[in-house]
Structures are given as C-alpha cells and as structure tokens.
Design a protein around this ligand. Structure first.
Ligand SMILES: [Cu+2]
Length: 111
C-alpha cells in the first residue's frame, strides 16, 4: 500500500512537472520567430548532463539581453552539441532566449 501510494505520487508529480515545460516548448515553437532573441556569451562549464541535454554555465554579461554575469542552466538545441564539452572548460556559445528559457544553438571550447 505504502509503495503503491508513493508510485502514484511520483507519477502524478512527474506529469504535473512535465506539463508547464511542454507548454513552454510549444509556445516557443509557434512564437520563436517574433520573440526569441539570439545572444552570445562566454562562460565556464559548471555541470553537464548530456543525457538530459542541459549544461550549466557560469557566463559573463550578455549585452544583447542586458543580463549580468551569472550561473544558470541552458538547454542544448541538439544532443550532439554536448560532444567535446567537459566540466571546467571555457566556452563561447550562442543561444536563443525567450523569458527564462535559454537554448544553446552553438557552443565551442575556447580555451
Ligand atoms: Cu544567465
């Protein structure tokens, strides 16, 4: 009983957690052209999850978006972008930003 309940809870939580993300993705797909903004920056890789397609970067200021330097997670536009990346590497990268969603479209090791 206890085990079943926890499975149900995890399932319900998983679904709830997925819905906003999917809604965001769909919104991006339909409105990418008018409101997604391209930007580029330099940063250092703090964490990498090639399976999930995410990379956490401590990046410098982003002029295009008036962002200060910070550490944040980015999504990789395609899994192949993770190739050659390792934690601690310095990189230059391009990304599309729409609100809080930032998707890297190009990234390369710079140092
Ligand atoms: Cu940032």
């Amino acid at each position: 009983m206890t085990k079943l309940r926890s499975i149900l809870f995890v399932t319900a939580f998983g679904l709830t957690a997925m819905l906003p993300a999917q809604a965001t993705d769909m919104g991006m797909a339909s409105t990418a052209k008018p409101s997604a903004q391209m930007a580029h920056a330099e940063g250092v890789i703090k964490a990498l999850d090639a399976k999930a397609g995410t990379v956490t970067l401590a990046h410098g200021p982003v002029q295009e978006l008036k962002w200060p330097a910070m550490t944040m997670a980015f999504r990789l536009a395609k899994p192949e972008l993770a190739k050659g990346l390792t934690v601690g590497k310095k990189v230059t990268f391009e990304f599309q930003s729409q609100g809080m969603a930032a998707v890297i479209t190009a990234i390369k090791v710079s140092g």
